[in-house]
Design a binder for this molecule. Structure first.
Ligand code: NCD
Length: 310
């Protein structure tokens, strides 16, 4: 790996100061889109998605196109040379010779880091198995900042599949580095937050947290409720998936007890865990979250390509 190239594998690759700078840059892009319209002219992004995705891939592509750059890539491993037996490292090595920056998603944990050994361009982890999803986290942080006006002193409930939900793992990691955070983990016993996060991240940063399997008993205390789907593709057993799939369904009745300014988030796709009736509640912010994700990806692309506009 070339030491002069900056990549993003894990949200902790960025300092809090850098994350805050990315948030300011994203807000600036949001307010002055014209200023950035040609910022990436003659730059090319590859989106290499070895695992299905709609929003993350399109969000990266929209981000690069809105910066005036180009995009190439594939949306499905079956249309790549992986089918012929090529290793991911070789695929990335080849593509690194054709583009300026790569966004890659892979079902194996750690694959983007391993694949980056031979590249000469920045690599962005767009989701690796049940591990991390740092760019979703960047968009989530911007959403929280915009909706609450702060990234401190918040009580955040994480609900659903906390074992395999990579968006949760990255967001817990990032928020643990901000002041005054209080976490509530809401999940069935089978889908609890992994020990490595409790031991490594929560203890290290002395974050107060509790675990429960009843959303009704904690919803009134939350400033943010981050819902997630049960990750079907990471289960070994269909029966377990079916048993846990509809464990939590957030509906208007449950929300009666929540704060009036609660922020409801979800990385999407939603399956059943948020009833459609909630979409019209002013506290539902999961579709706004999509926009924040694109602006943070624009800011990240500029940073990793060392492009400064002022
Ligand atoms: C998430 C992911 O891929 O981890 N989706 C996304 O990137 N917006 C969440 C999920 O798939 O449940």
């Amino acid at each position: 790996m070339n030491d002069n190239i900056r990549s993003l594998f894990d949200i902790s690759d960025l300092s809090v100061e850098e994350i805050n700078q990315l948030i300011s840059l994203a807000e600036n892009i949001m307010e002055n889109p014209d200023k950035y319209r040609n910022a990436c002219a003659n730059k090319r992004l590859a989106t290499l998605f070895f695992e299905p995705s709609t929003r993350t891939r399109l969000s990266f592509e929209a981000a690069m196109l809105d910066l005036g750059g180009n995009v190439i890539g594939f949306a499905d491993a079956s249309s790549s040379s992986t089918q012929k037996g090529e290793t991911v490292t070789d695929t990335i090595h080849v593509v690194g010779n054709l583009v300026d920056i790569i966004a890659m998603r892979h079902p194996k944990e750690g694959a983007p880091l391993a694949a980056a050994r031979k590249t000469v361009v920045p690599i962005i982890n767009a989701g690796d198995g049940g591990h991390n999803h740092p760019t979703q986290t960047l968009g989530d942080l911007l959403t929280i900042e915009k909706e609450t006006g702060r990234l401190e002193n918040l009580t955040i409930g994480f609900c659903g599949d906390l074992t395999f939900g990579r968006t949760i793992h990255s967001l817990v990691n990032a928020l643990s580095r901000y002041k005054g955070m209080n976490f509530v983990f809401i999940s069935p016993d089978e889908l609890k937050i992994p020990d490595y996060l409790k031991e490594g991240t929560l203890k290290k940063h002395k974050i107060p947290y509790m675990e429960t399997n009843r959303i009704e008993s904690v919803i009134m205390n939350l400033d943010i409720l981050y819902m997630t789907r049960v990750q079907k593709e990471r289960f070994f057993n269909e029966a377990d998936y079916l048993r846990l799939r509809d464990y939590y369904i957030l509906n208007l009745k449950k929300l009666e007890f929540a704060k009036k300014d609660l922020v409801i988030m979800h990385p999407l796709p939603r399956v059943n865990e948020i009833a459609v009736e909630v979409d019209d509640d002013p506290r539902a912010k999961y579709f706004d979250q999509v926009k924040c994700g694109k602006y943070m990806r624009m800011a990240l692309i500029l940073k990793l390509l060392n492009i400064e506009m002022d």
